[in-house]
Design a protein around this ligand. Structure first.
Ligand code: SF4
Ligand code: SF4
Length: 321
């Protein structure tokens, strides 16, 4: 079996860039200029409407709680009623606070996962940009509502979008939602790879789930699909020690040009066989056939070029491969 990742020596993460952008300003602007109007709408709602509300008001009349296990289940069910597809609880670990922010006086992190529509994402075109931003918006919406609900019990709570205090993948792992895949994202044993993650931190002493071994690390050690199909050769086949933690590693500087010219790319997430075991197993069959025909990254980009008019994969084939 695999193992639980040792985070004892973890060092605090830096953002991709300190201002939260995806690269130099001109590249970032060019990337954003590709966004369809619906993606821009969701981005505006996140920045201007939801982000300012992410820290909830706290009811001065604190609820008396006698059964923390029952309240923990209630909070998880409430998060699911808001739209979360899976929910777990992690102990606070300040080592996963971004270096440009200070930790909050919180003791627990509620992590949740939401599915992205697999067929939209697998197109790797403008529809995938809209879907990513729809889910980012929905995650922050759920975070704000969940934080307010916890505030009603008389406890502090803050929602964390990508620009928040805490790194999403480590806390989702520590909450037992899944394991870190070789492609650098969390893989859920029930939802697969086509997911996004949200966090709410709180001083409410919820019952912690903790990290779990689902056998995903073992599978990634044997599997080569994402390394073969990444157009940027950015996915390391071996684990490395990164900021004090031995783990799978993606070279984000190598990924970035493809990411920005291919509508956020995400080929690595879509080809991952764990999608074939999760809720999208029927839709994954189409991609599995593409993988069998394409065999490697060049062939896969040619298939994408035919499937998604406007995705300039021929340009990418000539410029990057
Ligand atoms: S494609 Fe294979 S190696 Fe890559 S993350 Fe998925 S299971 Fe792991
Ligand atoms: S997003 Fe694309 S370029 Fe980046 S690691 Fe995944 S497959 Fe490679």
């Amino acid at each position: 079996m695999g193992k639980i990742i040792d985070v004892v020596n973890a060092e605090r993460p830096t953002r991709y860039l300190q201002d939260g952008s995806m690269g130099p300003q001109d590249e970032s602007l060019a990337f954003r200029a590709q966004f369809p109007p619906a993606a821009n709408k969701y981005g505006w709602l996140q920045r201007e409407v939801l982000f300012p509300q992410r820290t909830a008001p706290v009811n001065p009349n604190k609820s008396e709680v006698t059964d923390w296990a029952a309240l923990t289940e209630h909070i998880k069910e409430y998060a699911k009623s808001l739209g979360a597809d899976d929910v777990g609880i992690a102990d606070m670990n300040e080592d996963f606070t971004f270096t440009d922010r200070d930790p909050l006086p919180h003791t627990r992190v509620i992590a949740f996962a939401m599915n992205m529509k697999y067929d939209s994402m697998a197109d790797i075109g403008q529809a995938s940009q809209t879907e990513v931003h729809r889910v980012y918006f929905k995650m922050l919406d759920v975070s704000v509502q969940l934080a307010r609900y916890i505030g009603g019990f008389g406890y502090q709570a803050t929602g964390h979008p990508n620009q928040g205090e805490y790194a999403h993948v480590p806390f989702a792992y520590l909450a037992g939602l899944g394991e870190l895949g070789k492609h650098g994202s969390l893989i859920s044993p029930t939802l697969g790879s086509s997911i996004r993650l949200g966090l709410v931190s709180t001083d409410m002493p919820l019952v912690v789930d903790g990290p779990k071994d689902y056998g995903i690390d073992d599978m990634c050690t044997r599997c080569t699909v994402c390394t073969r199909f990444c157009p940027a050769d950015a996915i390391s086949p071996e684990k490395k020690v990164i900021k004090g933690v031995e783990r799978f590693y993606v070279d984000t500087a190598a990924c970035r040009p493809l990411f920005q010219h291919l509508w956020g790319c995400k080929i690595c997430l879509m080809v991952c066989p764990f999608n074939g075991r999760g809720v999208f197993k029927e839709q994954y069959r189409v991609v599995a056939k593409d993988i069998a025909v394409a065999k490697e990254k060049h062939g896969y980009l040619k298939i994408l070029a035919k499937r998604t008019p406007g995705a300039d994969t021929n340009k990418i084939l000539s410029e990057y491969l």
